[in-house]
Design a protein around this ligand. Sequence first.
Ligand code: SAH
Ligand code: SF4
Length: 346
Amino acid sequence: MVNLKALSEDELNAFLLSFGLPPFRTKQLLHWIYEKRAIRIHDITVLSKPLREMLSKTAYIGNLKLLDRSISVDGTEKYLFGLDDGETIETVLIPDGGRTTICVSSQVGCTMSCRFCLTGRTGFVRDLSAYEIVDQVIAVQRLIEPRVVTNVVFMGMGEPLNNLDSVTEALRRMNSLLKISKRRITVSTSGVVPGIERLSASSPAVNLAVSLNATTDDLRTSLMPVNRRYPIGRLLDACRRYPLEPRRRITFEYVLFDGLNDSADDADRLAGLLRGIPSKVNLIPFNPIKEIELGRPPERVVAAFRDLLQARGITAVVRKSKGRDILAACGQLRGRYADTVETTAC
Ligand code: SAH
Ligand code: SF4
């Protein structure tokens, strides 16, 4: 059986042609699958019943399985989705004023082993396909109607630039089929330098976010092993080369750890590093996780860090920890689910 969502537009064209169906049928199917979010071929009522029955003999529309949905007191929603092979991924929805941002996963787990990240700690299982990435948006959009997903960030599980072929195809579909402008999509990377160059070539106009998290190579390497291969200097050079449209900026994420990277000297160094790069800084107080021996700085330290950056002319905002009561940090819900399954199995 063929999952129609697993096919690219060209593949769908060829598939339908093998049934003698002309290209306008491809357009109809794409519209019904992506914009009208049909769950089954049977729902595509623009096709005659016999045609739907014929297609259903060899094809189906794949859909992520919703395993868990939690809604935080602050409005953040977190979903756990099951994939066809039984693996699970997390997706988060963050309503924020006029925007509704979905945070999608690009891999099951992650190979990058960042010390502070639960996803990084739990290891890597596999890449997601373009279908599995895009379907997080379709599934969540279906659940939150009549609200509309307005923005997409690749800040869920996984390193998107390590799965760039699928991410590129997913970006294309989000843009052309789900009608989400590339300017409303942000890809976040831990600093995979060749991937940054490939991303700008394959998906121009997508926003770039870089998880910097430290201002010296020693500390960054100890937090993020990727820094050994692509140290801060090379990473920032790649950022300087990233083609930006007028008035666009690169986002630098900076997770603040108590007593580790939150001093006035750090703020000073950070401002120095970003000089000349059109940038804004998202300060994220570390979301403490039981297994990880790192702390979250007190609020006054976070505010002082932000003020020091601003005094140096850097736009900096503190990202409030959304959805702490529903385990919204990367990898936490999946971890809890795995625990439950294990307990049940015992
Ligand atoms: N792999 C990509 C995107 C996913 S991680 C990347 O690293 O950029 C998304 C963001 O979550 C990153 O900026 C990362 O630094 C941050 N993060 C991971 N674990 C965190 C935690 N426990 N508390 C706060 N931020 C965390
Ligand atoms: Fe992977 Fe990003 Fe977590 Fe690092 S922070 S382990 S790159 S998901």
